[in-house]
Ligand binder design. Structure first.
Ligand SMILES: Cc1cc2nc3c(=O)[nH]c(=O)nc-3n(C[C@H](O)[C@H](O)[C@H](O)COP(=O)(O)O)c2cc1C
Length: 228
């Protein structure tokens, strides 16, 4: 499928393209958001780690991922594959597997050694699931192994999902520890998820129905920018 820019930008509707037919293109029907509304929408997104018990139905997750697939990808490569895991036992095996990987990193004296020692202390000694945040549902992103932009494409797509989620009443959080282990292509994790050898895991997102509502917008470090 091509990018469709030529057809979408044509002011008279004269251009068509067999790889993105004009007849299949949706018209733009709504005005662009004003900047204040858009900024508040962006700022309302929060990383959610406390969820109600019920599972998000498959249809709603599909709706979420329909938005994610409109994110930009390098050279319009697209081609991402999503895998939703909601089997409790498998999720526990996944977080344990990531913990094993961290232990290997520690044993191999990786630069992250000191950080992983702290994470593993919390996960194993204190019994707090800092790795998977007690997930009931995890969305994995797989990309073609040969596509070196897979991780960046995944980040773009999950950013779209994260921003769209609150409009569906959903909450999300990027699962960074799991993502790092996936991207390291750790064989036991690959086997647990049954990732085909032509693909590689590049992203992981926690999803659920938020238990709490936020009433304020949080601030960030001030903007640091330089013009030359
Ligand atoms: C690349 C990346 C990895 C992250 N990994 C985790 C994670 O493993 N666990 C977690 O609870 N939150 C994770 N987060 C969420 C951040 O902690 C969160 O974005 C930050 O604390 C700011 O909160 P906010 O998203 O609500 O603004 C991650 C975020 C990013 C962008």
């Amino acid at each position: 499928m091509s990018c469709g820019h030529c057809v979408a930008v044509c002011p008279t509707g004269a251009l068509d393209n067999s790889r993105c037919p004009k007849a299949e293109m949706d018209p733009i029907t709504r005005p662009m958001l004003d900047p204040d509304t858009a900024l508040e929408f962006l700022r309302q997104r929060r990383s959610i780690r406390n969820f109600r018990d019920e599972l998000v139905p498959e249809e709603k997750i599909r709706q979420l991922l329909e938005a994610a697939r409109f994110a930009p990808t390098a050279a319009n490569s697209q081609g991402m594959y999503y895998l939703v895991i909601q089997d409790r036992d498998l999720i526990k095996k996944i977080t344990d597997c990531v913990a094993d990987w961290m232990q290997e990193q520690i044993d191999n004296k990786s630069p992250q050694k000191r950080y992983f020692i702290k994470v593993l202390h919390v996960y194993r000694e204190r019994g707090i699931d800092i790795i998977g945040r007690n997930a009931r549902q995890l969305i994995f992103v797989l990309a073609r192994r040969l596509n070196v932009t897979g991780p960046s494409n995944s980040e773009q797509s999950l950013a779209y999902a994260e921003l769209y989620a609150p409009t569906l009443g959903l909450g999300t959080t990027i699962m960074g520890f799991i993502e790092t282990c996936l991207r390291a292509d750790y064989t036991p994790l690959r086997e647990l998820l049954q990732i085909p050898t032509k693909q590689v895991g590049v992203g992981c997102l926690l999803v659920g129905y938020p238990r709490y509502r936020y009433h304020k917008l949080v601030d960030r470090q001030h903007l640091k920018v330089e013009f030359r």
